[in-house]
Design a protein around this ligand. Structure first.
Ligand code: SAM
Length: 372
């Protein structure tokens, strides 16, 4: 996540030096708030699920002091994070260790924010259904943190996926795999030989071009906040990059879905669909095609089937073995996989340079990176 944020800030912000973020737990990084950075990340950051602006923090252990803390902080607050007549919702996550229930915490935060705003002559109303401002409360190392959700909805739902196969990757996880594989679209091809509905290729293309995350009319809540109104509208940050991408997918109906999804995502010109079974694609021919398009090296990246839908364990092992034999012929390329089947490593052969535990939804899996 931090690597992606740095890349975006280097390209998208002038006169700005991004600092090392603080890590909070396994899944969050925290930067000092900056309005331009917040806007850039909520529009472009592909490996995160949400972008929050932390407004207040309280170490109160009970509800009354929590209310007093937030009221006091709200009265001194001159930042324009809310406006007269705005509708607000409050949700709390991971607050089980606090001395009161989730609903009580939500009520207290809501009351304190509304009371503080009223004293500054700003009317806030509660509207859980259609809020302008979504407030999130979380507990981290004994502190309740009250944040404004700049995304408003899960950022992984980009708007390009109208239909998909049985096991599509979540879009932010697909983007993370591309980042972990360190794909450099200026010098490297990328191929997903088991592409399904093509999520990895779409995320690779959008990362390469620095495309905004939101499409098909979807927008982050930040677009409604007056404080972001003066900032430039989002556009592709590396729009002239022409990634060299290849796909194959054995299921013809899924291949058709993939083609339609590429069109919706606007990347159909970047991807060459090579055909069905990857075993019928000669590595030499693929490498030659990549060279013709100006790149000498590449990355094979995929999440192979794990087993349930593949029939016998032998056929899954055979697929992994064939994938290994195929990949090892791409001399000088890297090979990146997300797999939740412990048989993979042995059947694929060789030793991964990186083996990192990584969940795919409910499945415990591994990210493997090989070099040939
Ligand atoms: C886990 S899914 C990939 C999902 C994909 N990443 C997505 O986001 O939609 C694995 C895919 O491999 C395909 N597949 C299985 N064997 C194949 C083969 N020999 N050649 C090409 N595709 C194959 C399956 O049809 C399935 O769509």
């Amino acid at each position: 996540m931090a690597g992606e944020a740095s890349r975006l800030a280097r390209r998208g912000l002038t006169d700005f030096r991004i600092v090392e973020p603080e890590k909070q737990g396994l899944g969050s990084i925290v930067y000092p708030f900056d309005v331009r950075l917040g806007w850039l990340l909520v529009q472009h950051h592909r490996t995160c699920a949400r972008v929050l602006w932390d407004l207040y923090e309280s170490r109160a252990a009970r509800l009354e002091p929590l209310y007093d803390d937030l009221l006091g902080a709200g009265l001194e607050d001159t930042r324009a994070w809310c406006w007269d007549g705005a509708k607000l919702s409050v949700e709390a996550f991971g607050v089980n260790d606090f001395a009161a229930g989730e609903r009580q915490i939500v009520g207290t935060v809501k009351n304190a924010l509304i009371a503080a705003a009223a004293q500054r002559h700003v009317r806030l109303e509660v509207d859980a259904e259609k809020p302008d401002l979504r407030i999130q409360v979380r507990l981290y190392e004994g502190a309740l943190v009250v944040s404004l959700d700049l995304s408003g909805r899960a950022m992984h739902m980009r708007g390009y996926r109208m239909e998909a196969g049985d096991a599509p990757l979540r879009e932010d996880l697909a983007a993370l795999l591309v980042m972990l594989a360190r794909h450099d679209a200026r010098t490297e091809a990328l191929c997903d030989p088991l592409a399904g509905s093509g999520t990895l290729l779409i995320e690779a293309a959008c990362l390469a071009k620095g495309r905004p995350v939101w499409m098909s009319g979807r927008k982050p809540d930040a677009e409604r906040h007056p404080m972001f109104a003066e900032l430039p509208r989002p556009k592709a940050l590396f729009g002239d990059t022409a990634p060299v991408l290849f796909a194959s997918e054995i299921d013809p109906s899924l291949r058709a879905t993939m083609e339609r999804t590429f069109v919706t995502a606007g990347i159909e010109r970047d991807v060459t669909i090579l055909g069905g079974d990857f075993r019928d694609i000669a590595p030499k021919v693929l490498m030659e095609q990549a060279r013709e398009r100006g790149v000498e090296r590449g990355v094979i990246i995929t999440n192979p089937p794990y087993g349930e839908r593949m029939g016998s364990p032998e056929s899954v092992r055979a697929l992994y073995r064939d994938l290994g034999e195929w990949c090892w012929q791409f001399k000088g390329w890297r090979h990146a996989f997300l797999v939740a089947n412990p048989e993979f490593q042995e059947a694929f052969g060789g030793r991964p340079r990186i083996a990192k535990p990584l969940r795919n939804g409910p499945l415990r899996g591994y990210f493997y990176l090989y070099e040939s």
